[in-house]
Design a protein around this ligand. Structure first.
Ligand code: SF4
Length: 251
């Protein structure tokens, strides 16, 4: 029997195969429960609370065993794996170590808002050690600094995101940043502000992606019906901002 966590509740579920979530890798996505934000467009509303069904650690381990050599990476997603790491850091560390020992690369998808003092306490800097154990990081930038409250983040939570970015850049681990765009949450001026306040100061321009909003079973389904940017409009905006774009239909 293998245990990553004390009470077998680290991973809620696995998508066994994806070619789009980890650039250049064939990967599985491992979902944790719990997220500090509540984005109206969230496609995984059942994962936002920490309570609910989980896989046994043993079955997660068996999945990794069965797919080693066939898949080249795993993506820790959610929910928010940084929140999971705050609750269960030894388990996350052990899962990453097991995955590396089996030859997997490890990507971490997070919004960064949980990167608090807990992670940066010296002399044992848990955050830098955790970051150094990753092979690739996907960071969601939700909004300009003062609009995280629209995503139910605290007014101060962006300083945690900044600390996370600074530690990732210092580590040298590759990072991409993503902003999902819906007109009800972000207008064009907000996108310019994200560029001016966050992207450019950290030199992240060539690693910034705009992601088109997609309808679905969401945290707040009313946003499905609210007007937003067409693919053509979003492509124009991305061109003006000089960033990349995902989730639009190719012409
Ligand atoms: S989309 Fe928002 S609410 Fe959903 S998991 Fe990501 S950060 Fe959390």
């Amino acid at each position: 029997m293998h245990h990553f966590s004390e009470n077998d509740n680290l991973i809620a579920g696995i998508t066994p195969f994806t070619t789009i979530d980890y650039p250049g890798e064939l990967a599985a996505v491992l979902f944790v429960r719990g997220c500090p934000l509540r984005c109206r467009y969230c496609h995984n509303p059942s994962l936002l609370g920490t309570e609910g069904e989980h896989m046994s650690d043993n079955s997660v381990f068996e999945f990794l065993e069965q797919h080693k050599g066939k898949l080249s990476g795993i993506v820790l997603s959610g929910g928010d794996p940084l929140l999971a790491a705050r609750r269960q850091l030894p388990g996350i560390n052990e899962l990453i170590a097991h995955a590396h020992a089996m030859g997997y690369k490890v990507k971490f998808d997070t919004n960064g808002v949980c990167y608090t003092e807990y992670f940066s306490e010296e002399p044992y800097n848990r955050g830098k050690q955790l970051i150094a154990s990753m092979d690739y990081i996907g960071l969601d930038i939700k909004a300009p600094v003062d609009k995280y409250t629209l995503f139910q983040g605290s007014p101060q939570c962006f300083k945690n995101v900044q600390a996370f970015i600074e530690d990732v850049l210092e580590s040298g681990v590759p990072i991409e940043v993503r902003t999902t765009v819906h007109k009800s949450l972000l207008d064009e001026r907000d996108l310019v502000r994200i560029k001016e306040e966050i992207i450019d100061p950290y030199g992240l321009g060539d690693r910034w992606w705009l992601q088109q909003f997609h309808e679905g079973e969401l945290y707040d389904n009313s946003i499905n019906k609210e007007p937003t940017y067409s693919d053509i409009e979003l492509t124009r905006i991305a061109g003006e901002l000089g960033c990349r774009i995902r989730g639009v239909k190719e012409e």
